[in-house]
Design a protein around this ligand. Structure first.
Ligand code: NAD
Length: 357
């Protein structure tokens, strides 16, 4: 029996709706497998700014540090999207959380459920069997380097910076994961032009000597962007820097058909954070239309990675698969052939998943 404390941080918009389903799934797993999960809840993003003036209140950060895992929703509000000059912004909460918790690796499994082959804009015969695990570095690169303006503000710069240590620690996680899968790792950089990429490649090459059982391929990011669409089955584990990973993982999300299906884990040396890759989706907030499967699959990642409960994690993934096999869909993954009565809202499809567990 596992005894764990989980912090639920729904955040903004549909984050609230989908995380509620993710939490119910964790509860069902605890009941079925005889574990004891306790929960607390905390604020982040726009809701936290409204309540405290701070997108990541100290209280939230403290609770995160003191929990065994965090089930996270999303942050964001149209108010800030249309006002790039706003000084206090929801996404500052997200970046601060990653920095403070030392979440240096973002894992995104890209796996297509067979039932959704037709929901992707890529041809089914190219997609079928694709199964990629991305490792995106999360706390370095151009997002965190020096930035500013010069020449009276007419020139702007952002510095991309990596230390050997930062590359080694994420590289090692990626090699370890490759070992448990098909033992193939693609390291993505732009070493033909960027110095930070040359250091990245040097460090991965050094690590490769420790993992001789893993086959390593080095790709330039432009080539990876192309191969992902042309031949996604060629990838097993992919490791890359923050900026390249940000772009490539969104591209790869289209392999899975919908943003509403993709989960992610952000891990470091302390508490792990598990969240859908989608945002707060204000266009559908409060309408009961949000697909909760990304949050449910995030809960599955939480069980596996933070708690080591592989069987329980697989039970959740299996339940999602079964619900899709039965023909149930949310609107975002339905197509012209889906009967109207099989298109369910957030809570109703959540109930189907719970039944399957
Ligand atoms: P989004 O992911 O919120 O939505 C993109 C599109 O996908 C929308 O049409 C939305 O309705 C749809 N969609 C997303 N998730 C869905 C789900 N679970 N079910 C059904 N449909 C879904 O991205 P956006 O519209 O570019 O951004 C909206 C807000 O979210 C912005 O404020 C942005 O800054 C924020 N955002 C936050 C995160 C995060 O918290 N990690 C990530 C991306 C965007």
């Amino acid at each position: 029996m596992a005894k764990k404390h989980i912090l639920v941080v729904p955040g903004d918009g549909i984050g609230q709706e989908v995380t509620a389903v993710g939490k119910k799934v964790l509860d069902r797993i605890a009941a079925k497998y005889n574990h004891e999960f306790t929960y607390d809840e905390a604020l982040i993003g726009h809701v936290a700014i409204e309540a405290t003036g701070n997108p990541l209140p100290d209280e939230t950060l403290e609770k995160m540090k003191n929990s065994d895992a965090v089930l996270f929703g999303a942050v964001g509000h149209p108010k800030y999207d249309n006002d790039p000059t706003a000084k206090v912004r929801p996404e500052q909460g997200l970046l601060k959380m990653r920095k403070e918790l030392g979440l240096y690796a973002n894992l995104r499994p890209i796996k297509l459920f067979d039932e959704l082959l037709s929901a992707s804009s890529i041809k089914p015969e190219i997609l079928k069997g694709s199964d990629i695990l991305f490792f995106r570095e999360l706390t370095g690169d151009i997002y965190f380097g020096e930035k500013g303006r010069k020449n009276n503000g007419d020139t702007a710069y952002d510095v991309a910076e990596y230390s050997r240590y930062e590359v080694q620690r994420i590289g090692r996680k990626a090699f370890e994961a490759a070992r448990t899968r098909n033992k193939k790792l693609v390291s993505v950089d732009k070493a033909n032009v960027l110095e930070s990429s040359r250091l990245w490649r040097e460090e991965i090459q050094k690590l490769a000597l420790e993992y001789l059982d893993v086959e390593v391929e080095y790709q330039f990011v432009d080539a990876t962007a192309m191969i992902l669409i042309k031949d996604p089955k060629r990838f097993d584990v992919v490791v890359t820097a923050n900026l390249f990973g940000d772009i490539l993982t969104d591209e790869a999300s289209q392999i899975a058909g919908s943003m509403g299906m993709l989960a992610s884990a952000s891990i470091g040396d302390g508490t792990g954070v598990y969240e859908p890759i989608h945002g707060s989706a204000h266009d559908i907030t409060g309408m009961g239309l949000a697909n909760p499967m990304a949050s449910v699959l995030s809960a599955a990642l939480l069980l596996d990675i933070s708690f080591g409960l592989k069987e329980e994690s697989n039970a959740v993934i299996n339940a999602v698969d079964q619900v899709l096999k039965k023909g149930f869909r949310t609107k975002d993954i339905a197509d012209a052939n889906t009967p109207k009565d099989m298109i369910l809202g957030t809570d109703a499809i959540g109930e189907e998943i719970l039944k399957m567990i």
